[in-house]
Write a protein that binds this ligand. Sequence first.
Ligand code: NAD
Length: 237
Amino acid sequence: MTDPVRLLIHGASGRMGQALLRLSAAQPGCQVVAGMTHRAPAQRVVDGVPFFSASELSGIPAFDAAIDFSLPEGFDPILALCVTRGAAMVSGTTGLSTAQRDALAAAAASIPVLWASNFSLGVAVLAELVERAAAALPGWDCDVIEVHHSGKKDAPSGTALTLGEAAAALDRPVHYASIRAGDIVGEHSVQFTGPGERLELVHRAGNRDIFARGALHTAVRLVGKAPAAYRVRDLLD
Ligand code: NAD
């Protein structure tokens, strides 16, 4: 029997971090060995998992992969730690700067990395449908509308930007609209509007577990891969 993949959850006290910790028990082949939060954690050990603050990087035990769902401010140190430790990195943190995206691409020369704006299967299929619609409907207006909970900081969402890229075939301009309201997990609608008709493609996330399961699944599969930048679809099986 192979040893379980040792995971570090970065952003462990957040909405996504909590979902990752809860669902990791049901994910075969992995074990969470540490959680990291921005400030000193209220509890040092949660369900047997030791927690560390961002200023305690040197104390983090050995791990095979980090799963990062934090904020752009926390991204650089965790990427650097993965490179130093030779560990794989899965990140779903959105709102990264161009410099941070470049740093991730540079890290892919020495470790396997995977960044995705969305880890749900439905959104992966939606992006393919958007590409098809964009190719079939040249000249139609394209608008991406996204709705998220009022705590979400970046706008447009990372997923909206990914869908916009999928729609941008033939240099079509894409317009974005963002709504922040209540506790909505995430809704994305891509509209193509032509003379007298409109096509709408919509995805609604019912809970965060869909993203957490996707991140756990890909982290387990990323460990042991050659250094490179991977996509979710490379690791689905
Ligand atoms: P949240 O605000 O609930 O949690 C943020 C976490 O990051 C907390 O644990 C906090 O302690 C930590 N953090 C903040 N600043 C930090 C720093 N400087 N150093 C270390 N840790 C720091 O946020 P959330 O709803 O869990 O979302 C987290 C991120 O994941 C956001 O960027 C969000 O857009 C993204 N997200 C991505 C997907 C996806 O599928 N890719 C899905 C949902 C959310």
